[in-house]
Design a protein around this ligand. Structure first.
Ligand SMILES: Nc1nc2c(ncn2[C@@H]2O[C@H](COP(=O)(O)O)[C@@H](O)[C@H]2O)c(=O)[nH]1
Length: 256
C-alpha cells in the first residue's frame, strides 16, 4: 500500500506529523506538503512561477506552493509511481459544509481524486491541536479500514472527515453525513496603515446555518467523527430543464 500524505498547514504542522506517525506502518507513506501554511487555498495551482521541492531531515518533502501543487507535482513526476491512496491533514480547524469549497486540506485530497486516486481529507473541528493524537488515532482506524476491504466498490472516492477535539475515549463512532451550510461570512476587518491606506482582513467564517441532524455540523457537535463522501460535478442537474426552457432558442443538449 503506497500512501501520499499532504496538508495545507505546512510540512512542520503538528497535524501532519501526528497523522504520519499514526499511519506510517500501514504502508509506504511519502509526505509532500507545503513549505508554509496555505490555508484556504482550495484547489489553487501555481501556473506562473517555478516550484521547488526540498527534503527535511525527517524525510518529509516540502514545496513552495499550494496543497494542490504538492499533490499535483507528486503524482505527475516527483514520486515516479501512482500511490494507492492520498491522505490530507489533519487540518488545524474544521472543514465542514461550505468550508470544503475554500479548504486547501480538501483541495489536496481532491487533486488526488481528480487523478483517479481514492482520497481522504482529515480536519480537527477546533483550532489549536488539542487531542491531536486522538484525532490521528481515529484517522488511522479509518485509513486501516479503507485500505483493507472496507471501501465501497465505487472508486475513486473522496471523503471529507472532521474529528472533534476530544480525548479518544470521548470520541463517538463515525457518522456518515451530508455537508451542512454556513451563514455568510463575518464582515471584513479594516485597519489604517502607517501611510494612511485602508487595509482589510477577511472576517471569520459564518456560524452554521444548516446544522440539522444528518449534517457534519450536527454529528461533530454530538462528539461523532463525521464522514462525508464528496464529488466534483458542479452541474446543477435539477436546474438543467428549467434553463433549457428559459433561455431563448436554447435546447437541452443530448445527454444533459
Ligand atoms: N476567516 C475565514 N475563514 C473562512 C472563511 N470561509 C472559509 N473559511 C475557512 O477557511 C478554512 C479553509 O480550510 P483549510 O483546510 O484551507 O485550512 C476553513 O476552515 C474555513 O472555515 C471566511 O470567510 N473567513
Amino acid at each position: 500500500m503506497k500512501i501520499l500524505l499532504s496538508n495545507d498547514d505546512g510540512y512542520q504542522a503538528p497535524g501532519i506529523i501526528a497523522l504520519y506517525e499514526a499511519i506510517k506502518d500501514l504502508g509506504d507513506v511519502e509526505v509532500v506538503a507545503p513549505e508554509h501554511n496555505n490555508s484556504a487555498k482550495s484547489n489553487a495551482l501555481t501556473l506562473y512561477a517555478p516550484l521547488s521541492v526540498r527534503q527535511a531531515n525527517n524525510g518529509f518533502r516540502y514545496v513552495n506552493g499550494t496543497p494542490a501543487d504538492c499533490v499535483h507535482v507528486a503524482l505527475t513526476g516527483l514520486l515516479g509511481y501512482r500511490p494507492d491512496l492520498v491522505v490530507s491533514g489533519i487540518n488545524n480547524g474544521a472543514n465542514m459544509g461550505d468550508d470544503t469549497i475554500y479548504s486547501g486540506t480538501v483541495g489536496a485530497a481532491m487533486e488526488g481524486y481528480l487523478f483517479g486516486i481514492p482520497a481522504i481529507a482529515f480536519s480537527q473541528t477546533q483550532k489549536g491541536w488539542a487531542h491531536i493524537e486522538s484525532a490521528a488515532r481515529k484517522a488511522r482506524e479509518l485509513v486501516q479500514h479503507l485500505v483493507g476491504a472496507g471501501a465501497p466498490e465505487s472508486s475513486p472516492w473522496l471523503l471529507n472527515v472532521n474529528i472533534p477535539n476530544l480525548a479518544y475515549e470521548e470520541l463517538k463512532p463515525f457518522q456518515v453525513c451530508r455537508l451542512g451550510r454556513r451563514h455568510a461570512a463575518e464582515k471584513v476587518i479594516s485597519q489604517t496603515s502607517p501611510h494612511g491606506e485602508t487595509m482589510y482582513w477577511i472576517g471569520g467564517a459564518g456560524p452554521a446555518k444548516d446544522g440539522a441532524e444528518g449534517t457534519d455540523f450536527h454529528a461533530t457537535a454530538q462528539g461523532h467523527v463525521s464522514i462525508t463522501p464528496l464529488k466534483v460535478d458542479l452541474t446543477d442537474h435539477e436546474a438543467l430543464r428549467a434553463w433549457g426552457r428559459s433561455v431563448p432558442g436554447a435546447r437541452e443538449a443530448a445527454g444533459a
